[in-house]
Design a binder for this molecule. Structure first.
Ligand code: UDP
Length: 318
């Protein structure tokens, strides 16, 4: 019998790649998304697939699925700093009420659930790299708190729900991820720099550009999410990201400028409040427990992403 899988947030950047991969594994996939931050182009080509079903629904509002579901991936939440700061209440509720709705469904269907938490649970970390045992340095009332604190609450909800009701629920902490199908106007560094480079506009670095991030290509992220779902790890967070592809934001801008052959100028603006100075995952646990590690390096991944954006740029009217 075919596995039936629900993906909330399945039309978003990571969700749409995950849905596609699950379909190619032969599963039946229910993609639930309210399209508030998703690019509908991401799942357009899947509608003709008999194993794909789309439900336009906000996971914050109650939902039920009549036929048995085997696995649930709860991804539904605004995720870019621009999006979650524009929709703070929705973000808070997606990772609390929305996650609770998914957990209840998992309990009812005796399904496994995977929740996508974030490196933002570490806030502006005082140690680097960040391992799962680090409790973080988070401003509970700052501009990023709607995301950071709701993801932290989501982890607590999941762990306690799992212990109380014996639900097989898993947590991954996703670090910066990039690739085709990102929204070019989601405000993140990678799509901003690619757009600006391709258009010959100024490349906007916030602050001096010495802040660092590690960049994980989307195919590596999807394989990690599936490995985690298949694992017997319950209610224990695992970092997923690419510690090798670690650089400053200025270096990232220079790299994208070079690959695109752009003549754009690099300019500096104000550093946003509470913007983490450094972020790099310690993936020892993922390596050991999932036998997973990223394969795609930044040059290769950026090349693939830039090619995709070149093709799709005309779909965006600024
Ligand atoms: N950033 C930047 N210019 C931009 C967009 C982002 O300098 O046009 C910086 C941002 O301030 C942060 C880093 O790039 O330090 C990564 O930001 P992003 O929004 O991609 O995600 P974050 O890692 O902060 O969640």
């Amino acid at each position: 019998m075919k596995k039936r899988i629900l993906v909330t947030g399945g039309a978003g950047f990571i969700g749409s790649h995950l849905v596609e991969s699950l379909l190619s594994d032969g599963a039946q996939v229910i993609c639930m998304d309210d399209l508030s931050t998703a690019n509908p182009v991401n799942t357009k080509h899947l509608h003709s697939d008999g194993n794909f079903r789309f439900i336009k629904h906000d996971a914050i509002r109650p939902f039920s699925i009549s036929r048995k579901v085997d696995e649930i991936y709860h991804l539904a939440s605004p995720a870019s700093p621009k999006a979650y700061q524009e929709m703070p209440i929705k973000t808070l509720f997606s990772n609390s009420i929305g996650l609770h709705n998914s957990l209840n469904l998992a309990r009812k269907h005796n399904a496994k659930l995977l929740y996508t938490s974030t490196s933002e649970v570490y806030g502006d970390p005082k140690i680097s790299p960040q391992h799962e045992g680090y409790y973080g340095y988070v401003n509970p009332i700052g501009p990023r708190s709607c995301y950071d604190e709701s993801k932290r609450f989501g982890e607590s909800l999941l762990v306690n729900f799992s212990r109380t009701f014996k639900v097989d629920a898993k947590i991954v902490r996703i670090f910066n991820t990039y690739g085709p199908q990102m929204k070019i106007d989601d405000g993140r560094a990678v799509p901003n720099f690619i757009y600006q480079s391709l258009k010959g506009e100024d490349i906007t670095i916030y602050g001096n550009g010495n802040q660092t991030r590690s960049f994980c290509y989307i195919s590596d992220m999807v394989s990690a999410l599936k490995s985690m779902m298949a694992s017997n790890i319950v209610a224990e967070p695992i970092n997923i990201g690419n510690p090798k592809e670690y650089c400053s934001i200025l270096q990232l801008a220079q790299k994208i400028k070079k690959i695109t052959g752009s003549k754009s100028r690099i300019i500096h603006g104000k550093m946003p409040k509470d913007d983490p100075i450094k972020r790099k995952p310690d993936i020892t646990r993922a390596r050991k427990l999932l036998k997973w590690q990223p394969k795609v390096n930044l040059d290769k991944g950026l090349g693939l992403t830039i090619d995709w954006f070149r093709e799709h740029l005309k779909e965006y009217h600024h």
